[in-house]
Design a protein around this ligand. Sequence first.
Ligand SMILES: [Zn+2]
Length: 400
Amino acid sequence: MELLISSGRVLTGPGGECVNDGAVFVSKGGIVAVGARDEVERLAPDDVRRVSFPHGTVLPGLIDCHVHLAFDASPDPVGALREADDASLLLGMAGRAQQLLATGVTTVRDLGDRGGLSVRLRDAVAAGVLHGPRILAATAPITSPGGHCWFLGGEVSGEEAIRDQVRRNAESGADVIKVMATGGGITKGGPATWQSQFTTEELHLVVAEARRAGLPVAAHAHGTDGIAGVVAAGVNTIEHCTWMVDGGFEVRDDVVADIVAKEIHVCPAASPNWRIFAERFGKDRAEEVFGRVRWMAEQGVRLVAGTDAGVPNAVFDGFVSSLEFFEHLGLSRDRVIDMATIDAARALGIDTHTGQLTAGYRADLLVVDGDPLRDLNALRALRLVLAGGRPYGNGAVDGW
Ligand SMILES: [Zn+2]
């Protein structure tokens, strides 16, 4: 299982760092060498399988920091989930995971499913039973009684129940603890999207219990109070971070300064459908909402890419569209690609072995036609996807 990939360009590092006329030598699921083509060729055995893309770019596999494989992206994903038994739900999740992989996403963080099915799927992919991206699973999000996504099974009330649920998730194999710090749009009858579901003390407890289990915490937070609470509690990532208050929006300079100082990553979870949102709400309102993400970027917040795939109209093959949102905000393309690779890997705590093309790292990589540093649309022209060294699709390495 060895492969020598040569290409017009190899994106090796952050900030758009490239090697022209480069190559990557992959063996046993890992990257053995990366750099100038003639140097890498010298390191590879004569009989190694070789593929060449003179007009292409090799880059790290994409990382979607926020998906829900258990939701089907239909107009009513909650209804669909509640009607499905676990067996059919798991099959749907496997199909959606493959859709992500087919679009170049080699790692996903699943931020909430039912019954720990994402752990089952993760393990099946890792064992080679199924093709799919590597999955980091949150299992049931911690939520208040009747709170956001209560139907996923993580309702808690009081300190003891919070501790128990974090422990249950850890014991069931979760890679990350998800807490719903505020309400959310898809949960009918729950707290309003801006409303806090937990006190700051309770959020501290979630983080402390997760740390005891050696796990990071991802916090869903739309409301400004909830954002302040999760920042004080010291979570690892904040999801959405839309700065909502009753009847409007309110950003806080002191809180954003803490987000930066504590090196908390923010995943705005920009839907692949963001252009439709802009049309529906009108240009001014949309630009106001988008402007708060731009403001966070300007304040030095570490933003990472994610789609919230699975919620209404957030499709599983739209990651590139979601990246184009950040380009629309005015972020440079090399930064946008970092947000979906090296920065995402840092946010998820997996940057010691994926997120960039480096010897010794997992062979999570893509080959695309053209140059995504000039046009993100090139990311749609996939020629090859390797996840952990395993090729997906019928691309250039058929029969490998
Ligand atoms: Zn979500």
